[in-house]
Design a protein around this ligand. Structure first.
Ligand code: UD1
Length: 419
């Protein structure tokens, strides 16, 4: 298992291109199974979650080729309806293949994803909605077995705007008989990207990005080409990297409209921005200011995937900050590790609210990444800490960051990956 060695103290500077989005590529790859044609997907992030998705497509019988950042999926040969259990265990979000495989074959067998690093990860909203579409879903010895005589459009209302449930319903509904209406849909930009890709394949979907999505079922999908949107969370991570080192960094190939919740909190911390439509430059404050309340919420609220990185930043802010995690129950495993580096953080008994009292400086330590974003937060803390920080369990970070060491090195950080 690899680890990152970070020597803190270098202010980052320079320009960096932000890679394609993890949370957009996964449902898009799952969508490719719906056609018996060929999909060409560009700007794919080279991260382990992408590689797991490719393995799933291959196990389902698709022919997949990845050349640089372009993935070509020939789904004409897809013949299997069973998503391998080993791969679902490796990547919980592979539950997104439920809707795609069902839509293509009217049958699916997929292992129940169970818990993950972020705690229990229920899929009840996915299952309830899909059952309303004339699909029988049985849970059998840890597997979900889905069958239908024909998927039928339905009006489904989500109790909570779940990203995965919204996407799974869209994938199930694309080839359904009739119209599906999703109310209280998740509004994340990655859902708009999925809608755009599906429409290029020949689907008829509107409303993504709002809380009502309408999917008019079509008979057949064809070939499509698409370029995946930028990764909002990777962009946010590099902005925090600049801020925490008091550096100045420009990010290119972004859409600044999708970064507002992150930039508004960085502005509260004292950062300044110069923004064009597709580039953003951060100038840091002399002293990072505390943020009195940061609460994670579904989009357009502050993303849960960026809160750990902010915890690292606020641990050296001037004053006390409060972070409240409302989405996932076990999303604060980085706190104990940040404390090893000298941060002063108190986590409430519910495990969700943390009070961070800024300290003048962090000190390097050997720390363990325990999930993807918490792992990235430890690298950020290492960039600001005195001495050397070793972040173990690099595989968590590789799930969502393409060559984070090379990217940060290009901005002047002293970071090495050791296998
Ligand atoms: C997606 C993102 C993840 C992000 C999360 C929230 C992908 C691949 N992953 O995950 O990076 O952190 O959105 O923005 O896109 N819930 C239920 N029942 C369900 C489904 C969800 O109770 O059937 C709950 C979850 O436990 C959680 C909340 O809803 O508390 C949000 O989950 P959801 O939006 O579904 O997140 P994911 O799609 O798993």
């Amino acid at each position: 298992m690899g680890e990152y060695h970070v020597r803190g103290g270098n202010a980052l500077s320079g320009e960096i291109r932000v890679s394609g989005s993890k949370n957009a590529i996964l449902p898009i790859l799952a969508a490719t199974i719906l056609t018996s044609g060929t999909s060409v997907i560009r700007n794919c992030p080279k991260i382990s979650d992408t590689y797991v998705s490719i393995e799933i497509l291959e196990a389902l019988g698709c022919k997949v080729k990845m050349e640089d950042d372009t993935i070509t999926v020939d789904s004409s040969t897809a013949n299997d309806r069973c998503v391998p259990e080993k791969l679902v265990r490796e990547m919980r979000s592979s539950i997104i293949f439920l809707g795609g495989v069902l839509g293509r074959f009217n049958r699916v067998k997929i292992s129940y994803p169970g818990g993950c690093e972020l705690g229990v990860r229920p899929i009840d909203l996915h299952l309830k909605a899909i059952r309303e579409m004339n699909v029988t879903l049985n849970e059998d010895h840890g597997f979900i077995i889905g069958e239908t005589t024909g998927i039928k459009g339905a009006s489904v209302n989500l109790d909570f705007p779940s990203v995965g449930a919204t996407e799974n319903i869209m994938l199930t509904a694309v080839l359904a008989d009739g119209v599906t209406k999703i109310s209280n849909a998740a509004k994340e930009p990655e859902i708009i990207d999925l809608q755009d890709f599906l429409n290029k394949m020949g689907a008829n979907i509107s409303g993504a990005g709002t809380d009502i999505i309408i999917i008019e079922g079509v008979k057949k999908l064809g070939n499509a080409e698409h370029s995946v949107m930028f990764d909002r969370i990777v962009a946010g991570t590099y902005l925090v990297a600049a801020a925490i080192t008091k550096g100045g960094v420009t990010l290119t190939d972004v859409n600044t409209r999708h970064l507002t919740s992150i930039t508004s909190k960085l502005t509260e911390a004292g950062c300044e921005f110069e923004m064009r439509e597709d580039t953003i430059r951060l100038s840091p404050p002399k002293k990072i200011r505390a943020i009195s309340r940061l609460i994670t919420l579904p989009h357009p609220g502050f993303p849960t995937d960026a809160q750990a990185q902010f915890a690292a930043l606020l641990s050296i802010a001037n004053g006390a900050s409060v972070i409240e995690e409302t989405l996932f129950e076990s999303r604060n495993k980085h706190i104990g590790e940040l404390s090893r580096m000298g941060a002063n953080i108190r986590l409430a008994a519910d495990g969700r609210t943390s009070v961070i009292r800024g300290v003048p400086a962090l000190t390097g330590a050997v720390v363990n990444a325990r999930d993807l974003r918490g792992g990235a937060a430890l690298i950020l803390a290492g960039l600001a800490a005195s001495g050397e920080t070793t972040v173990k369990n690099s595989h968590f970070i590789e799930r969502g960051y393409e060559n984070i060491d090379a990217a940060l090195s290009s901005l002047g950080a002293d970071i090495k990956y050791i296998a």
